[in-house]
Design a protein around this ligand. Sequence first.
Ligand code: FAD
Length: 419
Amino acid sequence: MKRREFLYKTSATVTAGLTVPELYARVHRNMEKAPTSTSFDVIVIGVGSMGASACYHLARRGYRVLGLEQYDIPHELGSHGGQSRIIRKAYGEATGYVPLLERAYENWKTLESETGAQVYFETGLTYFGPPGSAFLQTVRESAETYNIPLNELSPEACREKYPQFALPEDYQRLEEPEAGLLTPERSILLMAEQALLRGAVIRSGEPVLGWEHTTGGVVVRTPRETYRAGKLVVTAGAWARELLPALAPQLHVTRQALAWVQPAAWDRFALGTFPCWLLEHEGRDFYGFPILPAGAFGGPLGLKLAQHYPGEAVADPTAADRSPRKAEEEALVNFLKQFLPQGYTQTLAMKTCLYTNTPDGHFVVDPLPGYGKDVVVAAGFSGHGFKFASAIGEVLADLAMEGATDLPIDLLRADRFGG
Ligand SMILES: Cc1cc2nc3c(=O)[nH]c(=O)nc-3n(C[C@H](O)[C@H](O)[C@H](O)COP(=O)(O)OP(=O)(O)OC[C@H]3O[C@@H](n4cnc5c(N)ncnc54)[C@H](O)[C@@H]3O)c2cc1C
C-alpha cells in the first residue's frame, strides 16, 4: 500500500515532460524520418552517453552529422543503462576535473531549458569514509579550490539529518548540497532528439564494421552502407578496443553489478527525502541513490546501490555474461545490512553494466595519435564519466571541427601512457 501511494504522489511531481518510453517512441519516429545520404561532415561511431552528446553539439553548430549505433538508443548492454547516475562537483578523483564539471553542469541546464525536460535532480550527496581517506581529502581540496559548497556534519547532526545510515563513530561525514543525479536514458534520448531536430541523421541497429583514414577524411563501413566524412568521432564505450587497436592496451573492460532492493521503510528512502551517497569502507567504495518512480525514469523500482571497483574482466563485450552472480548480490546485501539497516528486506532486481577502465582511472579525450586532427576519440570513462557527457560532446565537437578546445582536458591526453 505504501509503495503504491509513493508512486502516485511522486510521479506527478517529478515527471517534467514525457516518460522515458514516451520519449523513446518520439525520438525513434524522428530517426525514421531522417534523409538518406552517404556523405557527411562528421561521423560519430556509438550513440551512447558521449556519442549522443557529440551528435547534439555538432548538429547545434550546423554540421552534417551521422550518428551510428550498433544497438538501440538507449540500451542496457553498454555503460549507460540503469536509470540514474551521480553528478557531483567537489571531485575526489582529481581537482583538475572541476572546471570541466562546471561546464557539464551548465550544459545539462542548457539541455533542460532547450527541451523543457528535467534530467538533473539535486538530491544532495553525502560522502562517508574513514579518517585519512585520500578520496575525501581530494573532495575537500576541490571544494576549497573552487568554492563548492561542502558541509562537514558531526555524528549527531548526521544522525539527525540522515538517520538511515549507521556509521562508525570516527567516520568523516561530508555533504555536497548541490550534487545529485542525472537520468541517463532520458538524457541520451533528449540529446539525440535535439541533434535530429537540427538535421542530424542517427541510425540504430547499424554496427560499424570498420573505418579507414583516406586523403579526403574517413570512410566508415556498416553492413548496410559505406559512408564518407571529413572527420570521425569514436565514442564506442566498451567496444572502443575493437575500433581503436592502438588504444586497446590501455582500455580494460569489466562487468559491474547494480542492485535494486526493497527497504523496510519505503518512504524514508524516496526521492525528496533520501540523498545520493558514497561510502568508503575498508578500501571499498559503495554508492547509491534515492528510490525513483519507475514510470518516469524507466528501469526497476527500488533502492538502488552498487560497488565502485573494477569488477571481473570482460574479454568480449558483445558476448559478456550479464547474468547476476550470487557473490555480487551478497556483497551489496551485507553492506546494506551493516550501513543502512532499514535498507534491505529483499532484492527486487539486479543488472550488469560495463566499465571501460584506464590504468590511471582518467578518461581519454583527444585526437587519435597518428591521424592528424581527423579522428577524435573519447573512451576509458572508468566508471565515472556520465556526469561529464554534456561537456565531453562539446569538447569532441571542438576537437573534430576546430582542431582544439578551450576546455581543460590536459589530464585526458591519449599519449600520457607512453609508447
Ligand atoms: C554500473 C555503472 C554505474 C555508473 N555510475 C556512474 C555515476 O554514478 N556517475 C557517473 O558520472 N558515471 C557513472 N558510470 C559511468 C558512465 O555511465 C560511463 O562512464 C559512460 O556511460 C560511458 O559512456 P560511453 O559513451 O563511453 O559508453 P556508452 O554509453 O556505453 O556508449 C557507447 C556506445 O557505442 C556503441 N558502439 C560501440 N561499438 C560500436 C560500433 N562498432 N558501431 C556502432 N556503435 C557502437 C555502443 O553500443 C554504445 O551504445 C557508471 C557506469 C556503470 C557501468
